[in-house]
Design a protein around this ligand. Sequence first.
Ligand code: ATP
Ligand code: MG
Ligand code: MG
Length: 361
Amino acid sequence: MKVLILGNGQLGQMLGQASIQLGDECLLINTRTNQVMPVGSHQALDWSVEQAMAWADVVSWEHEQISDAHVALAQSKLLTRPEQIKPLTHRQHEKSLFDRLDLGTAPWQAFANKEELADILAHWQGRAVIKAAEGGYDGKGQWRWQPGDDIQPLLATAGQQPGIVEAMIPFHCEVSIVGARTKNGDTHCYPLVENIHRDGILSHTLAGITKLPSHLQAVAESWFTRLTTDLGYVGTLAIEFFVVGEGEQASLLINEVAPRVHNSGHWSLTGSNCSQFSLHMRAITGAPIPPLSTQPTLMLNVIGVPEIPAFFWQHGQAAPFWYGKEARPGRKVGHINIALDGQSSGDEWVQSHAEQLQKLV
Ligand code: ATP
Ligand code: MG
Ligand code: MG
């Protein structure tokens, strides 16, 4: 099939590579310049977006900021209606969706301006995270607050745009589920993986390692199905959760949803028989999907450095992925998947090695 992806960043490139493996053809649109790009090249084709849309059998995206102009051109070639995922790009609408579908989430309240923010905080109990309604990623557009803190600096920053106030959750750990829903409405999910954030940015993911209470997988999958079915979603999607409590008492709260392939699924490029990118392509083209295997894998994000150290390129168990992007502080420029053997994959061993390896990046 001929697949057109809106967006040509690293996620678009990895989707493109998966499509090649499946024998499909794939082109990418640079959604800022409207250039039509082959996979793995900076050289644009001499094609208009209209031509690319006419060429494609199916159109999909690497990021959820889809313009109305692209939607109008793609029409029925988009298998998920973009207006259905629109609430997920606005924190108030996203939280309302979770409430409507009865999916547990941190207590929250929306504000439209700084007066409303001040009002909410005047009555707020406990610590809070304030998040801008739109545009935040990698912890940007977020502020922390606790009773007793001066609210003036907050009103001058967080209060300058609509947002939400959310209870700070004392979580046990953070996990995510990545999976796909097909055109037939079947869902296929990987096991929950553990995500460790530093300064609001995903630092590393542990797949097939963390021992989580077994009931959480069933809860996560049922919420995945409820959400993707309600959205009429086709393709790969990720849900980030906080795990609250331990053992049989443990429960999940949804933090946010990414209606696309996701950083916390990058381990699957080497740690599964079917990567999240291949899963997305199969879901949108109707190709068969196998039972999804998981080999214990540590995914380390490479953030803000000009290159991946030679140590990793030469390491027998490491698979580095370099995105070819200019390094800037806090910018994700690559990731490294490290295959772990059974014996060394106890939680503590991996956690301490992940910390050490992260310092080498
Ligand atoms: P992403 O890059 O994943 O899209 P984002 O900028 O959209 O991130 P969130 O995922 O909402 O932001 O928050 C980033 C991180 O901040 C979370 O993974 C978590 O570690 C912390 N965090 C966010 N909200 C809360 C909360 N209510 N309680 C505790 N920690 C939180
Ligand atoms: Mg986010
Ligand atoms: Mg997040």
